[in-house]
Ligand binder design. Structure first.
Ligand code: HSE
Length: 311
């Protein structure tokens, strides 16, 4: 039965995961965005209230993630009703934690519950990626796929999109550090070269394959090395994140098996074999950034959390 009101929570996500630019992603526990959708008589999608964005997000227009996603779904479903949307941001904007993806995923799931014939998860990813396009100009799906499905996802093919769930070793932990620095995704994408040398292609394909093998075998050491085998994106973006090299060294010296940039940054994430090692890594990352005059928030999560849920 279609609902008149539905609320969905979508988690934070880490995209790219080292060598898998625009391809790999996984969900994090403990932080995310909530969207409530209410059926309305007037057709179209309207964002009625936003909490937690400091007034920074657009409330309408082509860059408004939630209305773009909701409108696309209502139009595709030929709905004769509209949707009023209420967004609660739990994720900081432009952090590299999949903030726009979480808003898009929660919108897709909440609006879906209002429809007479709801879409499947793959379609929801397709709608949610329109929100990414609205936010930063490209419809990359490496955040929205794990945000909706949960766990670790591989985008095997881009057009048409094909998603594969990969295993998330249940004993692994992640320490995420979000420094209070600005790095808009648009800028972090614009900084990348448009083509890559052949040797980088070889290195990244090898590292990405090693990363997948590590997930299937639960080999954390291999995962850490493969994570740091990206020769294309990390070297460019690391320069945009103040203190990155020192934070990486501190994480590796305090029990992390590997570290890379979370999504487009400036957040970074490190993987560890125990919760205690992840916490130690988190403290070391925060201290290192503080010593450079930058405050940082730390999130400790299991590796690969559940995806978007109706609540
Ligand atoms: N794959 C994307 C990027 C994730 O790195 O630009 C950020 O949304």
């Amino acid at each position: 039965m279609p609902k008149k009101t539905a609320r969905a929570f979508a988690p934070a996500t880490v995209a790219n995961v080292g060598p898998g630019f625009d391809v790999f992603g996984f969900a994090l526990a403990g932080a995310g965005d909530t969207v409530e959708a209410r059926r309305a008589e007037r057709p179209g999608a309207r964002l009625v209230r936003v909490e937690g964005d400091g007034g920074h997000l657009p409330r309408s227009g082509p860059h408004c993630v939630v209305t773009v996603v909701a409108q696309a779904m209502l139009r595709a479903a030929r709905a004769r009703f509209g949707a009023e949307l209420y967004l609660t941001k739990g994720l900081p904007l432009g952090s590299g934690l999949g903030s726009s993806a979480a808003s898009a995923a929660a919108t897709a799931m909440a609006v879906n519950a209002l429809l007479t014939r709801p879409y499947g998860k793959m379609d929801l990813v397709g709608f949610a990626r329109l929100g990414e396009k609205a936010a930063c100009g490209t419809p990359h799906a490496d955040n929205v796929a794990p945000a909706i499905s949960g766990g670790f996802t591989l985008l095997t093919f881009q057009e048409p999109l094909e998603i594969m769930p990969l295993p998330s070793p249940p004993r692994w932990w992640v320490a995420i550090a979000h420094p209070h620095l600005e790095l808009p995704t648009r800028q972090a994408r614009a900084a990348l070269r448009r083509s890559v040398p052949r040797c980088s292609l070889t290195a990244n394909v090898g590292a990405a394959s090693g990363l997948v093998a590590a997930l299937y075998t639960g080999n954390l050491k291999l995962f850490g090395r493969a994570l740091m085998g990206d020769t294309v994106v990390e070297p460019v973006r690391a320069k945009l994140i103040r203190g990155y090299a020192a934070v990486k060294a501190a994480a590796l010296a305090n029990g992390a098996a590997g570290l890379s940039i979370s999504g487009a940054g400036p957040s970074v994430f490190a993987v560890a074999g125990t919760r205690a090692a992840a916490e130690r890594t988190g403290r070391a990352m925060r201290q290192t950034w503080r010593s450079q005059g930058v405050d940082a928030d730390i999130l400790i999560s299991r590796f690969g959390a559940p995806g978007t849920q109706l609540i």
